[in-house]
Write a protein that binds this ligand. Structure first.
Ligand SMILES: NC(=O)c1ccc[n+]([C@@H]2O[C@H](COP(=O)([O-])OP(=O)(O)OC[C@H]3O[C@@H](n4cnc5c(N)ncnc54)[C@H](OP(=O)(O)O)[C@@H]3O)[C@@H](O)[C@H]2O)c1
Length: 171
């Protein structure tokens, strides 16, 4: 990549292991990519930290706990020096939890924890990173079209954004 070539930029939550880690591993193998790997405990993300040494693309690790809304908002300060000028092409809201239960035996506190982590947290991530995504649009990389319509439907939802999001995730 020459200094004048704009990289494709990615932010992946839940990058410490599983699908998030594998996605980051594959993205970081290309010099074309700038990857922001977000995890709730970077100190313990040893495999992710080890990737930094072998990455052919640019890899940054930031702290972000999707179940902690303050942590999500605070993560923007870490992302700003990385993405502030260039913007964000792809936001991958990957972090999530799955608990073993059934609809008839579940603990409602667990259900609320799942909703917080898998629905409310990603919504806040999308809210706070939207300016970076918009910056990505204006710096000419992210394709416009269908994604704009999805975003518009999700966030406008005739004034029932939260309702729309929960029914979308649950049904
Ligand atoms: N694998 C499947 O078959 C499947 C099917 C349907 C949906 N999904 C969804 O796909 C996503 C990834 O699945 P996976 O199989 O890779 O799951 P996984 O192996 O359990 O990994 C989950 C990742 O999410 C992170 N995470 C969990 N809670 C978090 C929080 N509060 N803040 C930040 N990070 C958090 C974990 O970080 P820590 O290391 O800190 O715990 C880990 O990096 C999840 O959202 C999952 O629900 C997976």
């Amino acid at each position: 990549m020459t200094s004048t070539t704009r990289p494709t930029t990615w932010l992946v939550t839940g990058a410490s292991r599983g699908i998030g880690f594998e996605l980051v591993r594959q993205l970081a193998a290309s010099p074309q990519n700038l990857v922001v790997a977000a995890c709730r405990n970077p100190d313990k993300a040893t495999a992710l930290k080890a990737l930094k040494d072998s990455a052919k693309g640019t890899l940054h690790i930031i702290q972000l706990d999707v179940s902690d809304f303050d942590s999500i908002r605070a993560s923007v300060k870490q992302a700003q020096p990385i993405l502030g000028e260039i913007g964000l092409d792809y936001l991958v809201n990957n972090a999530g939890i799955a608990l073993r239960d059934t609809a008839f035996s579940l603990d409602p506190e667990d259900l609320l924890r799942i909703l917080r982590t898998n629905a409310a947290g990603p919504a806040v991530v999308s809210q706070v990173y939207l300016p970076f995504v918009e910056k990505g649009h204006t710096s000419g990389k992210t394709p416009r079209g269908k994604s704009d319509k999805i975003q518009q439907n999700l966030w406008d939802s005739s004034g029932f954004g939260g309702f729309g999001m929960t029914t979308c995730r649950i049904s």
